[in-house]
Design a protein around this ligand. Structure first.
Ligand SMILES: Cc1cc2nc3c(=O)[nH]c(=O)nc-3n(C[C@H](O)[C@H](O)[C@H](O)COP(=O)(O)OP(=O)(O)OC[C@H]3O[C@@H](n4cnc5c(N)ncnc54)[C@H](O)[C@@H]3O)c2cc1C
Length: 392
């Protein structure tokens, strides 16, 4: 079905490069349009969990992942102020063939870009798409240069502010969750253990793990605050701000923060999942548009799954397009396989801002409270959380 088919992918990020390779390996002729003038990434880490690693292996990139990534041995929940470990997820129990890696984002993009080129994908840089018109006889792309293109099938992997998502669904209304994330990379201490440490405290937490053979340490520090912050990576912040926010944390955490040079601040926004993930053109059924990755379902970083889900989308979309000759049926099957299950009333009413913020805080508070109370005798929980000597 895909042999010789011309497909244009918007965006050379994780989703775009992965789907480009997956489609090209199935015989499609794939072009990727990327707005940046070079394939480069801001320095930061990602956790590629077993689900994402399985896709990379299926794409023939498992060995490259093993070289670029650092195999994780566990995830530890740590009380931020005291530095005491309260719970550990031991990853030595992963099944044979499963892996969990810490990867520098730039290294993941490099290996995916090389993989795409090796499969015959053409990556065109400095090609910013400014418009996508879903004409009845097929999509029309407009580039910033003013050029109009008429590719048969367009796949929007153009991230949070996707042109393709807007063409399929209209504008979305994201809102600030009252949480911000600082990101930084610092030199790792010699012998840094390959563990993701989650240092938790009221209203804030910090995730850190080593990268690049243990030479660097990735830091993501999240704080709840009412001051509004822009969404996006390009915003630098004074490193003093993050040090002040975590000054009540253990010396280990403060030592990392003291080393920060470049510090990036990101406002966490809640975006709804796109209601429509693909559509075939009514007048030309072999032409159409699909979306994946953050373009379809932007995620908050708390479960470290945005990139992993983008990889899963890429695999399922390519496999569905290859298996089903009718584009409309294939796109419906792709959305059914990947989008959240329909609820009793669909689409569900959007959550109120207060409900979303409250849910996030409650979830983190429950983890923190559970971690502190774990293993304590009945009645010890109140004591552990408040420091009170009064036992209930
Ligand atoms: C603090 C933080 C920590 C995270 N940690 C993890 C983690 O540990 N594990 C994990 O799985 N995920 C993590 N994520 C999420 C993950 O980074 C994203 O979900 C993932 O990068 C989405 O990939 P994507 O390809 O859909 O979008 P992107 O990576 O945003 O790529 C989109 C690409 O499209 C290009 N583009 C955009 N618009 C246009 C246009 N108009 N024309 C042409 N090109 C365009 C962009 O330049 C970019 O190259 C984290 C995110 C954050 C913010």
């Amino acid at each position: 079905m895909l042999i010789g088919q011309q497909i244009t992918v918007l965006g050379a990020g994780i989703a775009g490069l992965a789907v480009a390779r997956a489609l090209a390996l199935r015989g499609a002729r794939v072009t990727v349009l990327e707005q940046a003038d070079a394939i480069r990434e801001v320095g930061a880490g990602l956790q590629i969990t077993p689900n994402g690693a399985a896709v990379l292996r299926a794409l023939g990139l498992g060995d490259a992942l093993a070289v670029a990534g650092l195999a994780s041995s566990g995830v530890e929940l740590i009380d931020g102020p005291t530095g005491a470990m309260v719970a550990r997820l031991d990853l030595s129990g992963l099944r044979p063939g499963q892996s969990w890696h810490f990867v520098h984002r730039a290294d993941l993009i490099d290996l995916l870009a090389q993989g795409a080129r090796d499969a015959g994908v053409e990556i065109r840089l400095s090609h910013r798409v400014t418009g996508l018109d879903l004409a009845p006889d097929g999509p029309v792309l407009t580039l910033a240069s003013g050029t109009a293109l008429r590719p048969g099938l367009v796949i929007g992997a153009d991230g949070l502010h996707s042109v393709a998502r807007a063409a399929l669904n209209g504008p979305a209304a994201p809102f600030f969750t009252r949480q911000v994330a600082w990101r930084a990379v610092v030199p790792a201490e010699p012998g840094a253990r390959p563990v993701a440490e989650v240092h938790m405290g009221p209203g804030r937490h910090l995730v850190s793990y080593p990268l690049r053979g243990g030479t660097l340490r990735n830091i993501v520090a999240v704080e709840e605050r009412t001051r509004w912050v822009e969404e996006g990576w390009a915003q630098r912040d004074d490193d003093l701000e993050v040090r002040l926010a975590f000054e009540g944390f253990s010396p280990r955490v403060r030592g990392w923060l003291d080393q920060i040079g470049d510090c990036w601040l990101w406002g966490l926004f809640r975006h709804p999942v796109a209601p429509v993930w693909g559509r075939a053109a009514p007048g030309a059924p072999a032409r159409g548009v699909a979306i994946l990755g953050d373009a379809a379902h932007p995620t908050l970083p708390f479960l470290a799954q945005g990139a992993n889900m983008a990889l899963e989308d890429a695999w399922v979309l390519a496999a569905t397009l290859a298996a089903e000759p009718d584009l409309g049926v294939a796109l419906a099957a792709y959305q059914a396989a990947r989008a959240p299950a329909p609820r009793a009333s669909w689409p569900p009413p959007p959550p109120t801002r207060a409900a979303t913020i409250c849910a996030g805080r409650c979830a983190r508070w429950r983890i923190w409270a559970w971690a502190r109370c774990r293993g304590l005798p009945r009645g010890g929980c109140w004591h552990a959380m408040t420091g009170s000597t009064v036992r209930t």
